[in-house]
Design a protein. Sequence first.
Lengths: 112, 111
Amino acid sequence: DQQVKQNSPSLSVQEGRISILNCDYTNSMFDYFLWYKKYPAEGPTFLISISSIKDKNEDGRFTVFLNKSAKHLSLHIVPSQPGDSAVYFCAATTQGAQKLVFGQGTRLTINP
Amino acid sequence: DTAVSQTPKYLVTQMGNDKSIKCEQNLGHDTMYWYKQDSKKFLKIMFSYNNKELIINETVPNRFSPKSPDKAHLNLHINSLELGDSAVYFCASSTQGNEQFFGPGTRLTVL
């Protein structure tokens, strides 16, 4: 029973354009969402998060949007850079639960 | 400075052996975790410790035994290794917030 789903295993975007990564969840108890970035042979690194009381959070080139009614969130990267090529994981939790539920990741490739 | 470190990075062993993976964090966090990333790339939590006390055990076989000698260390001992234990194991830590900081992972291969 996969509670967090990233339905696109891969995404290819041209440098300078916008990258949009999507994530869906099924558990309505989730109230905090995170995006992690992972390079090969390294651990995931925290990128950006959003609480369910917001519908948008922005940090530099990265913006996360949350649509609670659709149980959907997305990560926008603009402009995309070659160093953004990595696997991106969406994660969800209930605040205080101290347990993250991850999606299966989307491999983003930025083409020069 | 390494925030969350794991040793070893790679571990190749035979079925039936017992092995340990060590994890240390120098972030001053009070909660530590073990996650398993399987062949399908899903990252799933196994255990969580808060101030050396077990708070999450996600139906992991009892061949897996975490040990936290202090709040900066959380080691994972695995008895009687099976082929299905082959995976990448990640240690993580956090403070009161939800952001968790991950180690580089240990790739375990059971032959």
